[in-house]
Design a binder for this molecule. Structure first.
Ligand SMILES: Nc1nc2c(ncn2[C@@H]2O[C@H](COP(=O)(O)OP(=O)(O)OP(=O)(O)O)[C@@H](O)[C@H]2O)c(=O)[nH]1
Ligand SMILES: [Zn+2]
Length: 218
């Protein structure tokens, strides 16, 4: 088992304290154990659906799905995948908003295990430290790689950045298409959902909120 980074530990406890951690029950399975178990379960599911697992195109699907869940689309359930975070002292005394727009966001709806496809915009006002820009995208990606509801995902990104930046002045907005809405059920192909989480000055000061929200192109 890989030791967790200090950043991962701090972010996890901040989410736990605020009741924002993804509901999980530890089962002490290693990643390999998880892949083996899911492979068996997917084999059974495909069998129940009446699919022929002897077919050369289907034969490896259970293994593929197990690997995809554990190592890719649900890897954010495991804090050993939390990105390495680079912080730089704010020697240049930046005190205006830093905004990263249109971060590609691909997640999975926890109600239907189907894709959520969207974009995130993240902003913060630097205090003593600035964060390496790509780390913002990586934090978004980490929390997106879980079964999610969009509201929790938005909050988790906010709290993770507040914790790392040691500042409340962070804002996150996500606009996304839920394939559980688009490709099944109500079958609405055009609607999208926007969720916003504002902290510190983004919540308390109308101009800052406006500056952030007006930069988001929908
Ligand atoms: N608030 C919220 N709801 C979500 C999200 N993703 C999916 N849902 C909704 O979760 C709800 C689950 O409702 P259910 O009635 O149990 O599921 P369902 O019978 O498949 O419902 P339909 O999707 O309406 O066919 C649906 O309304 C989904 O649209 C999300 O990120 N946030
Ligand atoms: Zn859904």
């Amino acid at each position: 088992m890989t030791a967790l980074s200090d950043a991962a530990i701090r972010v996890r406890s901040a989410l736990e304290e605020r009741g924002l951690e993804t509901p999980m029950k530890s089962n002490n399975l290693t990643a390999d154990d998880k892949q083996a178990r899911i492979t068996g379960l997917m084999t059974e599911m495909m069998d129940v659906l009446g699919l022929d697992l002897a077919d050369d195109s289907l034969a490896e699907t259970p293994q593929r799905i197990a690997k995809m869940y554990v190592r890719e689309i649900f890897s954010g359930l495991d804090y050993s995948y939390f990105p390495k975070i680079t912080m730089i002292d704010n020697k240049m005394k930046v005190d205006e908003m830093v905004q990263v727009r249109d971060i590609t966001l691909t997640s999975t709806c926890e109600h239907h295990f189907i894709t959520i496809d969207g974009r995130a915009t993240v902003a913060y006002i630097p205090r003593s430290k600035v964060i390496g820009l790509s780390k913002i995208n990586r934090i978004v990606q980490f929390f997106a790689r879980r079964p999610q509801v969009q509201e929790r995902l938005t909050q988790q990104i906010l709290v993770a950045l507040q914790t790392l930046l040691e500042s409340d002045d962070v804002a996150v907005s996500i606009s996304a298409t839920h394939y559980c809405v688009k490709a099944r059920g109500v079958m609405d192909a055009t609607s999208s959902t926007t969720t916003t989480s504002l902290g510190g000055i983004f919540k308390s000061r109308a101009e800052t909120r406006h500056e952030f929200l007006s930069g988001i192109v929908r």
